[in-house]
Design a protein around this ligand. Structure first.
Ligand code: PLP
Length: 403
C-alpha cells in the first residue's frame, strides 16, 4: 500500500481569501445597493507595457515560421534574457553578476517554493512573522516545519516578529537558524530595509553559516536610497540567493516570468549551490516560453523601461493617496513608500477580522486581515495600491467619512 507525504495533511487549509470572499458575498447579499471597493487585491490591474506586447507579437511570428521556430529552450533561460538581467539589474548598479548566475523561471512563487529542494531536511528555517505564506508552507511540505501549533505557528520554525516596536524590521534570530527567508520591500507590511540593516543580516549569516533566501519581488517599487539587491551588500555573494520577478515590476502576474540569482561564490562544503539549483531546474523544469522571455527582455528596452516606470508610478501614487488619506483619518499607517502595500494598525484594539467587518460595514471597502499572514499580523490590516486611482480615491473618501 502506498503512503502519502503526511506533511501535506498537517497543512492547515488556506482559508484567508475564501473567508474574505464569503464575508464579502454575505455583505453584498444583505446590501445589494452598496458598491464594494476592493483594496485587498494582491494582483496587478494595469495591462502589459506596449513594448512588451510588441516583442511578444514578434516572437509569436517567429514561432510561426519554420526558419525561426523554437522548441525546448535552455532550462535556465535564453542567453539574451540572462544577459539583459545581469546587465540591467546588476552590472548597471555596480554589482558583478554574470549571466550564468541568473536562472530564469516562471516566477518567484515557484522559485522561493522550490529552493528548499537543494537544502538538507534538518536545516532550521527562520521566517518573518507576518510572512508571505509560501516560505512556511513549502518548508512544512518538506518536513522542516515540524508540527502545527494551536497559536498558528509551526513547532520547528524560528519566527522573527515584525511589529510596530521594531519598525517591522526583524531582529536577528535568537535561536540557531540555517535558512533565513527575508523579503524587502516586504509583503505584507510594505517595510523596507536599509544598507546597514541588511549588512547586519549578511554579517550574521556569514558568521553563523546560514544562507539568506532574499525575496526582492517588489524591488521595482523602491523610491528611497535603500538596497535594491542583497548583492549590493559586502559578503552577500557568499551567503545569499536572490529571487526577483517580472510580476509586479512589469505586470507579468498572468504571463509568468521571474528569476533567481545564485552567485558562484555561494558554496557549502565545497559544493556549488548554483550547480545544485541548475541540476534541480534542468531536472524538474523545462524553461519559460520563448515568447514570454522576449517580452521580459523588452522590459529592459528604453521604451519598456519608460512604460513600466509609468505604471509603477501610478501604483505608487495610489499608495500615497491611501497612506496619506488614512493618516488624515487618524489611522496609524506604515509602508506604501517603497512598496505597493499599506499596513495599518487597526483602531481601538480591534482584531484584524473585527476591523475587516467594520471596514466593509461602515465604508464598503475590502482589505486583507493582517492575522492572515501570521500571528504577529494580528491587529494590523493590509491595503494594496494595485487597484485604480478612482477606486483608491473613492475608498479613502468613504473611510474618512465613516471613521
Ligand atoms: N514573493 C512575494 C513576497 C510575493 O508577494 C509574491 C506575489 O504576491 C511572489 C513572491 C510571487 O511572485 P510571482 O508572481 O513571480 O510568482
Amino acid at each position: 500500500m502506498f503512503t502519502i507525504n503526511e506533511n501535506f495533511v498537517k497543512l492547515p487549509g488556506s482559508y484567508l481569501f475564501s473567508d474574505i470572499a464569503k464575508r464579502v458575498a454575505a455583505y453584498t447579499a444583505a446590501h445589494p445597493d452598496q458598491s464594494i471597493i476592493r483594496l485587498g487585491i494582491g494582483d496587478v490591474t494595469r495591462p502589459l507595457a506596449p513594448a512588451v506586447v510588441e516583442a511578444m507579437k514578434q516572437a509569436c511570428d517567429e514561432m510561426g515560421e519554420a526558419a525561426t521556430f523554437r522548441g525546448y529552450g535552455p532550462e535556465q533561460g535564453y542567453d539574451f534574457l540572462r544577459e539583459a538581467i545581469a546587465e540591467n539589474d546588476y552590472r548597471a548598479r555596480g554589482i558583478a553578476i554574470s549571466p550564468d548566475e541568473v536562472f530564469v523561471s516562471d516566477g518567484a512563487k515557484s522559485d522561493t517554493g522550490n529552493i528548499g529542494d537543494i537544502f538538507g531536511k534538518d536545516n532550521i528555517v527562520a521566517v518573518c512573522d507576518p510572512v508571505y505564506p509560501v516560505y512556511v508552507d513549502t518548508n512544512a511540505m518538506a518536513g522542516r516545519a515540524g508540527e502545527p501549533q494551536s497559536d498558528g505557528r509551526w513547532s520547528s520554525l524560528v519566527y522573527m516578529p515584525c511589529t510596530e516596536e521594531n519598525g517591522f524590521a526583524p531582529a536577528l534570530p535568537d535561536k540557531k537558524a540555517d535558512m533565513i527567508y527575508l523579503c524587502f520591500p516586504n509583503n505584507p507590511t510594505g517595510a523596507s530595509i536599509t544598507y546597514e540593516g541588511l549588512q547586519k543580516w549578511v554579517d550574521y549569516a556569514l558568521s553563523s553559516g546560514s544562507v539568506i533566501l532574499y525575496d526582492s519581488a517588489y524591488e521595482a517599487f523602491i523610491t528611497e536610497d535603500i538596497p535594491h539587491s542583497i548583492f549590493e551588500i559586502e559578503g552577500a555573494k557568499k551567503c545569499a540567493i536572490e529571487f526577483r520577478s517580472f510580476s509586479k515590476t512589469a505586470g507579468f502576474t498572468g504571463t509568468r516570468c521571474g528569476y533567481t540569482v545564485v552567485p558562484k561564490e555561494l558554496t557549502c562544503g565545497g559544493v556549488s549551490l548554483g550547480a545544485l539549483w541548475n541540476r534541480r531546474q534542468t531536472t524538474k523544469f523545462n524553461g519559460v516560453p520563448y515568447i514570454v522571455q522576449r517580452g521580459a527582455e523588452a522590459v529592459y528596452s528604453a521604451e519598456g523601461q519608460k512604460q513600466i516606470r509609468e505604471t509603477i508610478a501610478y501604483y505608487l501614487h495610489n499608495a500615497k493617496v491611501i497612506r496619506e488619506g488614512l493618516a488624515q483619518a487618524g489611522f496609524t499607517v506604515y509602508g506604501g513608500v517603497n512598496a505597493p502595500y499599506i499596513w495599518l494598525k487597526t483602531p481601538d484594539g480591534l482584531t484584524s477580522w473585527e476591523f475587516f467587518d467594520e471596514l466593509i460595514n461602515r465604508a464598503g471597502v475590502v482589505g486583507t486581515p493582517g492575522s492572515g499572514f501570521g500571528p504577529s499580523g494580528e491587529g494590523y490590516f493590509r491595503l494594496t495600491s494595485f487597484g485604480s486611482l478612482e477606486n483608491s480615491v473613492a475608498a479613502i473618501e468613504r473611510i474618512k467619512k465613516a471613521f
